[in-house]
Design a protein around this ligand. Sequence first.
Ligand code: SF4
Length: 422
Amino acid sequence: MNKKAKMDIREKLRILSAAAKYDVSCSSSGSSRCAPPGGLGDACSAGICHTWAADGRCVSLLKVLLSNACKYDCAYCVNRRSNDVPRATFTPKELIQLTIEFYRRNYIEGLFLSSAVIKDPDYTMELLVKIARELRTVHRFGGYIHLKAIPGASARLLYEAGLYADRSSVNIEVPSDRSLQYLAPEKNFASVYAPMNFFAERKLEYKASVSRYTPSFLPAGQSTQMIVGASGESDYQILSLSSGFYNQQKLKRVYYSGYVPINADKRLPVLTTKPPLVREHRLYQADWLMRFYKFRYDEILDEAHPNLDLELDPKIGWALRHPELFPVDIQHADYEMILRIPGIGVKSAQLIVSGRRFTKLRLEHLKKMGVVLKRAKYFIYHPDTPASLRRLYPEMVRPLLLPRPKSGQLDLFANAPLALPA
Ligand code: SF4
């Protein structure tokens, strides 16, 4: 590679890794460390980010776009055609070479490859697939590949993508078809759902095949991302959509991205405060409740309560709306009900269910099991609780669970006898 070409690739890498940063399907390392002169390694440039493997390992990925020269004009996107930003496009050969060289230097363990729509969806998808195919078949690359699926791409290309990539994602972008068509006129829900449904069906077919010669198809499944706060949908609508993705398209993850104003566009809201990061955080908590705590979306929120409480986590919010179910007798309650007690996680609930067979659980047992008593204590029942407190009074408990004001606040329950009887 001559020096001029090397410089070109470096510049492309700078532009296209910066352009990929708004995709939150994998999180950034957040480091700004640069290599000293003559040193080795550079954490800030070159688009290296981290994600988690199924076994909990953190793996580093080259996160980059094939191109940011987009034909489309989505209101919320930095790469839209009407923006005056530096444009760049890798050739498949350049991207393959970069991936292999970074891998050999131990900078990365995989590739997260997305792209703007270059000419049309099939043209772009063809290039993405070509890169994945050559990495797998010519270079025998065994690292992780996350490949974006371009809405509108043909089934043939999606099928090939599924054969070479570990995970694929197609972004739903905003939580309703109406908003998507308003903010991204060249897209609609049908074009986003088509690749999702295609992948879900092929995965089922591959799963049903018992032959050991059947190649794997998207072994790490698929994910999607939506922007929160760029359009007017409620959290109830967002969770309903996510719930459908988990149950019907069998997505592994839905990522939420608080709207960050990048473009001045009259179709977008003007933020008078900071981006809705607390809302984003609450949505992730609610999403967690659906995936690991067996909550249905319409239990977490309903039409009468369409938005998450920004001050309290959604599990507490749900418990306070259902005082009739609390306090819970942890010595006898079902596992499912124990799982719903604020301050008790999946592991603690399992330990409670197995531990209570041998002894009456006391507070010190619960503490050792990882129960967060400062939250759980308002929602668990024990015979020593004074009769007057053997009911959950949401209006009394809510202020006690809010972040403490600086002046300090008296805990009405602080001196209540909370120890469970032996
Ligand atoms: S198609 Fe993708 S890259 Fe192009 S403007 Fe829309 S969101 Fe941005």
